[in-house]
Ligand binder design. Structure first.
Ligand SMILES: O=P(O)(O)OC[C@H]1O[C@H](O[C@H]2O[C@H](CO)[C@@H](O)[C@H](O)[C@H]2O)[C@H](O)[C@@H](O)[C@@H]1O
Length: 386
């Protein structure tokens, strides 16, 4: 594909083959606007058609509100009486919320009853699920105990990590070869080669070799966006360099701008910076994560589609004897919860210590409860097999 062509849309001149299978990976996958600006030579940027943005933009379009509510506050030391009362209120709210989203630990018997004679597939988010949320994304390590719990789960059930991070990065953090990995919110999946796969295979898949030399399928539906994302990443690094605490990550198929360590008074500045850049890239869009703004291609693909894709690759889709379980903490995990809920095919488990609306069925409070749940699954399976 000629990415530097003079056509009005180089990314569209030679689109990757589009699969029309029941996964829904059809031409709508690339549902970004196809017109609306001209390309600067050699770049992926559209020339702006509007006046430069005013600071008002990010206030009026809801970005700032979303930024403020994007991550629950960490626990604070409670000293004064008034704060204790507030904490009690929070507890009451949490307990009534749990009526709607019961604890997966307390409901384990119900879950295991339903799982009897079924094949469980486990899908795990990384940040906030397997590792606690910390200030520095480069230091979001999972504990050895968690790693061992995940390793044991993978001995009994097909297990995949589906993360917003790049696939390489999440593999580096998890370090287990026995899992499947999907990075960039599912836009980069390394999955199994299907036994029944015909010779021509999946048009969006290429055969590859994993860390252990095993043949795998690499599915990258947003492959042609790599140079565009890289360009935006570099612009974001440059344009945010004077905002203290800002951090930009390149996940290959998407890029993240963290504001967790940016003073709140500067949030409008960082939001405006991302907003202004996005105006030049109509084929990219913004999503909100936990104190992070994420820029990703406008394609019809998300963690939910990644779950469907992996189930199909594992030859576990459309089967009554399969029970997928997805555990995650973030907005992006909602797409996966929704797929399971709407397909009435498994359990979404939300990791949250504060009440929030979700498509999950159950909840756990934090990664330590995730670990307990994973261990309970393994214990139950061992007993089943005994
Ligand atoms: O899908 P995930 O595996 O949950 O990844 C989502 C984002 O996770 C990381 O950011 C989050 O965790 C950081 C470390 O705890 C925290 O500092 C940050 O505020 C959170 O947003 C990762 O750095 C992002 O790039 C991922 O998109």
């Amino acid at each position: 594909m000629d990415l530097k062509s003079n056509h009005s849309s180089p990314v569209l001149t030679d689109p990757i083959p589009i699969n029309k299978s029941r996964l829904g990976i059809h031409s709508n996958l690339l549902s970004y606007p196809q017109s609306g600006g001209s390309l600067s030579p050699g770049k992926y940027k559209m020339t702006p058609r509007k006046k430069p943005a005013k600071l008002d933009d990010v206030r009026s379009n809801g970005w700032l509100d979303a930024m403020k509510s994007s991550s629950p506050p960490r626990k604070k030391l409670i000293k004064g009486f008034n704060i204790e009362v507030a904490a009690d209120d929070i507890d009451i709210a949490y307990h009534s919320w749990m009526i709607k989203y019961p604890s997966a630990l307390k409901s384990f018997e119900q879950i295991s009853k339903h799982a009897k004679n079924k094949k469980i597939a486990v899908f795990l988010d990384y940040d906030g699920t397997l590792s606690p949320i910390v200030d520095d994304p480069d230091r979001a390590f999972m504990s050895d105990a968690m790693r061992s719990a995940v390793r044991n789960v993978a001995k009994y059930f097909p297990t995949a990590i589906i993360s917003g991070r790049s696939r390489d990065k999440v593999y580096e953090l998890v370090g287990l070869t026995e899992l499947f990995y999907a990075g960039s919110h599912g836009m980069d999946i390394m999955g199994p080669v299907k036994h029944t796969e015909s010779d021509d295979g999946h048009p969006n898949c290429v055969r590859s070799i994993d860390q252990e030399g095993k043949e795998v399928n690499l599915f990258q539906p947003a492959r042609e966006f790599i140079p565009m994302i890289d360009e935006v990443f570099r612009t974001l690094v440059e344009n945010t360099k004077d905002i203290k605490g800002a951090k930009v990550e390149n996940h290959k198929f998407c890029t993240s701008v963290h504001y967790r360590n940016v003073e709140e008074k500067n949030w409008p500045v960082i939001a405006q910076c991302v907003h202004d850049i996005l105006k030049d890239y109509p084929r990219l869009r913004l999503t909100h994560g936990r104190k992070v703004l994420e820029v990703r291609p406008v394609i019809d693909w998300n963690k939910g589609k990644a779950v469907e894709f992996l189930l199909e690759s594992l030859e576990l889709s459309d089967r009554d004897d399969v029970l997928p379980i997805y555990i995650g903490d973030d907005k992006t995990d909602e797409d996966a919860f929704k797929v399971l809920k709407e397909g009435n095919m498994g359990y979404g488990i939300l990791v949250s210590s504060v009440p929030k609306e979700s498509n999950a069925i159950f909840s756990v409070r934090d990664p330590s409860e995730v670990k307990k749940f994973l261990k309970a699954l393994v214990r139950w399976k061992r007993l089943e097999e005994a």
